[in-house]
Design a protein around this ligand. Structure first.
Ligand SMILES: OC[C@H]1O[C@H](O[C@H]2O[C@H](CO)[C@@H](O)[C@H](O)[C@H]2O)[C@H](O)[C@@H](O)[C@@H]1O
Ligand SMILES: [Ca+2]
Length: 550
């Protein structure tokens, strides 16, 4: 493979999101760590993962689970040392697994020495690293993101009598990107970690870097310009490393972060994610088809990150009121399940642990255009704990076995950073890697099979075109993926009841049809409409093979 082809690795990759804290505790203190994660790399490899996304592991007071960074150049001591990190990187790369890490550019912890300096007095040399105002009226009308905890984007610093700007928690002051020293410091941070071998970054909260009066202070041209600078630096100094944007925005704004192939290579498909759940709730393919049309095309070397859940609440900021109502009434029947404008639940509980729905949803994100990103524990249908505060209920210890603490740690159960899941429907004694690996019919083994199947055709799914096939059945979502000489037909039944569909596939008349997971041969396509019956919430991936092709 040529260098430029190899540098497009992310387009064919499957990603796995991992918090070091939650994965495996190697020293029995109740907290996951880098040596623990290193020990579990074989498992990640066995899932078929190409790239790990690490949540923030930097020194932090952990008031926002590490998204409040106190020192960008060191590792939180509980997680290990820089040497442990280096060792983890070596082992991951030895297994052929790439690693990207969270990069929090927009804001810092109020405990970082930069802010401690800045708030000493108004003339301090670090003062201008942050955004200050004499009144809380500046940038009026800019939305508040953490609406359950914050009343304003400004907080008064009593010592210096000015307000500082923060888009998230009040303990997370925003950096001032109008200051060139800040822009340079963040480039230094990027180089520091890329020099240690990281394959790129998941860039947190990218829309918010710059502020301008009279705007929403989101997606400003200056913000795009800064990311173009960073991209240029990476392309020149670290070719093949990637930037993945977390830009939770409406489709037209989200798409802009790909730039002209000169900003982010990847971008989470936030517009798609809630609409998948809406389509499932309404038993209607339209929300998915409609949003896919709105988010495509993307530049050739770019890719959407396709996900169902992550470490945050399932955010509903960028949907209509009607769509949000559907989501709340279907998926958050109890008030405690809600947080800010979202739903703080894991994937399996969202769909009542329905195996059909779980297979359906995972297959869908593996077959739409982009690169799938799985959240740790969702492969074993982990439950959640809505009685833990903030988003902690979806961040509980990984469940490895039916031993004490789900095999996550040898500590006393009381010492764990969070309790393991013992709800009877999701108990770790059943939902754990060891038990589910041993059971041939488990969801975990099914997912492994699906991933193997996807990897056999990674380029079609990751890079291919998509063409929707319409039918009279609103519950049927069908599309053709094609890349070079490979053609795949995907058919999904969104209904909770069995359904059927007939399709005009005359364009492929004479072609063979093979179900891709079992390799079962179906009748060849002819001149008559092609007919499928589908079980409730089920799907087919069909390889369409030209008769004379090898
Ligand atoms: O560092 C602050 C937060 O940054 C990310 O936040 C994103 O998640 C929010 C929901 O929790 C979402 O509403 C917002 O648009 C995003 O930028 C990060 O993923 C969070 O964990 C973190 O608290
Ligand atoms: Ca530990």
């Amino acid at each position: 493979m040529s260098d430029s082809q190899e540098n497009l690795w992310y387009k064919d990759a499957i990603f796995y999101e991992v918090p070091v804290r939650s994965f495996y505790d190697s020293n029995g203190d109740g907290i996951g760590d880098f040596p623990g994660l290193t020990q579990k790399l074989d498992y990640i490899k066995s899932l078929g993962i190409d790239c790990i996304w690490l949540l923030p592991f930097y020194d932090s007071p952990l008031k926002d689970d590490g998204y409040d960074i106190r020192d960008y150049y060191s590792i939180l001591p509980e997680y290990g040392t820089l040497k442990d990190f280096d060792n983890f990187m070596i082992e991951a790369h030895r297994l052929g697994i790439r690693v990207i890490a969270d990069l929090v550019l927009n804001h810092v912890s109020d405990q970082i020495k930069w802010f401690q300096e800045a708030r000493k007095d108004r003339t301090n040399s670090k003062r201008d690293w942050f955004v200050w105002s004499d009144t809380p009226d500046k940038y009026e009308g800019v939305r508040i993101i953490f609406i359950d905890t914050e009343r304003s984007n400004w907080t008064l610093d009593p010592q210096t009598g000015q307000y500082y700007w923060h888009r998230f928690f009040s303990h997370q002051p925003d950096l001032n990107y109008d200051n060139p020293e800040v822009r340079d410091e963040m480039k230094k941070v990027i180089r520091f970690w890329l020099d240690r071998g990281l394959d790129g970054f998941r860039c947190d909260a990218v829309p918010y870097l710059f502020e301008r009066e009279g705007t929403s202070c989101e997606n400003l041209p200056e913000t795009h310009e800064y990311f173009r600078e960073i991209r240029k630096m990476i392309d020149e100094e670290y070719p093949g490393r990637i930037l993945l944007a977390e830009a939770n925005q409406w489709p037209e704004d989200a798409k802009k972060y790909f730039g002209n192939e000169d900003e982010f290579q990847m971008n989470f498909n936030f517009p798609l994610m809630p609409r998948i759940f809406i389509a499932l709730a309404k038993e209607d393919a339209f929300p998915v088809e409609n949003i896919i049309s709105k988010t495509l095309p993307v530049p050739e070397k770019c890719s959407w990150g396709l996900f169902l859940r992550n470490h945050d609440e399932l955010t509903l900021e960028m949907v209509s009121d009607e769509e949000r109502d559907i989501m709340y009434s279907e998926y958050a029947k109890v008030p405690k399940m809600r947080l800010n404008l979202g739903i703080r639940r894991r994937l399996a509980p969202l769909v009542d642990n329905d195996r059909y729905a779980l297979e359906f949803l995972n297959a869908l994100i593996m077959s739409l255009p982009g690169s799938p990103i799985l959240y740790y524990g969702d492969e074993i249908n982990m439950g959640d704990n809505i009685y833990l505060g903030d988003r902690n209920g979806v961040r509980t210890p990984m469940q490895w076995s039916y031993d004490r603490n789900a095999g996550f740690s040898r500590s006393d159960p009381e010492q764990l950073y969070a309790p393991v899941i013992i709800n009877s429907n999701y108990h770790y004694e059943v939902n754990n890697v060891e038990s589910m690996s041993r059971l041939p019919s488990s969801f975990l083994n099914w997912l492994r099979k699906l991933i193997i199947t996807r990897k056999r055709s990674a380029q079609v799914f990751g890079r291919g075109t998509i063409e929707f096939i319409h039918s009279d059945q609103k519950e049927i979502l069908a599309f053709i993926r094609a890349y070079e000489n490979q053609v795949i037909l995907c058919v999904y039944n969104l209904s909770r009841k069995p359904s059927y569909v007939t399709m005009d596939l005359r364009k492929y008349s004479g072609w063979h049809v093979r179900e891709m997971i079992s390799l079962t041969r179906f009748p060849d396509i002819g001149e008559l409409p092609y007919f499928f019956t589908l079980q409730r919430n089920s799907f087919f991936w069909m390889s369409l093979e030209k008769p004379d092709a090898t």
